[in-house]
Design a protein around this ligand. Structure first.
Ligand SMILES: *Cc1c(COP(=O)(O)O)cnc(C)c1O
Length: 357
């Protein structure tokens, strides 16, 4: 037997892991610096790590109270009702919940190009189809309602990534509102704020409070340093937020995951340290890289290095792993995750050296 025809389904290509690269190059993993997946190089919030140890002996229980507690906490923080907070297995899990809740078979979604691969993958996995709108490099990946609406044709979900991966550009909230106004009544504008902690622009959550057609996605994977725990959430209009109960898997966020999330929300120090490091790193890379870069609101910087594949492979041989952006349709670029001052010095030196060669 065979699965259904999956030839249109892309495979998610993650940034490469340290162990994988070290083995391949015969290097010591400790000599490598991994700047390819936008993880928090400072590690998890120490309070979250302590919670994981503290709750380890509860791992035999299905998560109930922890899910309720984290949902209540986030509802309180965002001034929403508990049913508007959709916890899921990473931000990716939120995308799946929304696909299940919204898509009829064959319905279309609209995704940015370049952009995050899982939007289209999730839609296809749920029998949807995918159209794209172009963010233009020549225009510094500017995100306006008009840019999206020029490619809009009644799609059911329109994905906006703000800050945008991989460019770092943002869509200001008045443009998000104009986009929601400009789309049909039955179209959801999903604002993916996976990197919002690194930006000073206001969250689109205010539109979730006011409207029934804007939702927001957030994650603990980036600023909170919990990518390995798989924890994200959607903030959903109250009018149809009760759909969650019908579409989420019975226990889609783990007991320890929820406890780690709760503890991380109380760890302002770790968050502030992370954001400060990222701001310093962005400024440093913009100054020190010979290659042109784009202003970034995320924990990464996009740089135009010429041949992104050659440069990332050469940098990797020097122990610096960055993201080749070919899979984003930007083969001339690499994306560098922000790290410590020491890591940024090394990354800039290596990238400048291998780009010049
Ligand atoms: C990292 C990321 C996410 C979510 O990742 P999870 O680890 O599944 O929470 C969502 N959108 C974008 C654009 C991302 O870069």
């Amino acid at each position: 037997m065979q699965p259904r025809d999956l030839s249109d389904h892309a495979v998610y290509r993650a940034g490469r892991g340290i162990e994988e690269v070290a083995r391949e190059l015969g290097l010591d993993p400790d000599d490598l610096v991994k700047l390819s997946s936008n993880e928090n190089v400072l590690g998890p919030s120490p309070k979250a790590a302590a919670a994981l140890r503290e709750y380890a002996d509860r791992a035999h229980q299905y998560p109930k109270a922890s899910h309720t507690d984290l949902t209540a906490r986030l509802a309180d923080d965002w001034d929403l009702s508990a049913e508007q907070v959709w916890l899921a297995n990473g931000g990716d899990g939120v995308l799946d919940c929304l696909s299940r809740a919204l898509l009829h078979p064959g319905e279309r979604v609209l995704v940015p190009e370049p952009g995050f691969a899982y939007y289209g993958m999730s839609a296809r996995n749920h029998h949807g189809e995918v159209g794209t709108y172009a963010l233009s490099k020549a225009d510094d990946f500017a995100q306006t309602a008009d840019v999206v609406l020029s490619d809009y044709d009644g799609e059911r979900i329109v994905y906006v990534t703000s800050p945008h991966n991989p460019s770092g550009s943002v869509m200001p909230i008045d443009e998000v509102e104009a986009l929601a106004e400009g789309t049909d009544e039955e179209t959801l504008v999903l604002v993916d704020e996976a990197y919002a902690e690194f930006s000073k622009i206001p969250s689109a959550v205010s539109l979730v409070r006011e409207r029934d057609d804007v939702a927001v996605l957030r994650t603990f994977s980036k600023a909170y340093g919990l990518a390995g725990m798989r924890l994200g959430y959607g903030l959903i209009p109250v009018e149809w937020a009760d759909a969650y109960a019908r579409v989420h898997t019975p226990f889609d966020t783990g007991e320890l995951t929820c406890r780690a999330g709760l503890a991380a929300l109380d760890d302002d120090e770790h968050l502030e340290r992370t954001v400060k490091m990222v701001e310093d790193a962005r400024a440093y890379l913009a100054d020190e890289l010979d290659a042109p870069t784009w202003e970034s609101h995320g924990n990464f910087v996009l740089a135009e290095v010429g041949d992104g594949t050659a440069v990332s492979e050469a940098a990797q041989r020097e122990g610096v792993i960055v993201r080749d952006c070919s899979s984003f349709g930007l083969p001339e670029c690499v994306r560098i995750t922000c790290g410590t001052a020491e890591q940024m010095e090394r990354a800039a030196a290596v990238l400048n050296e291998v780009s010049a060669a």
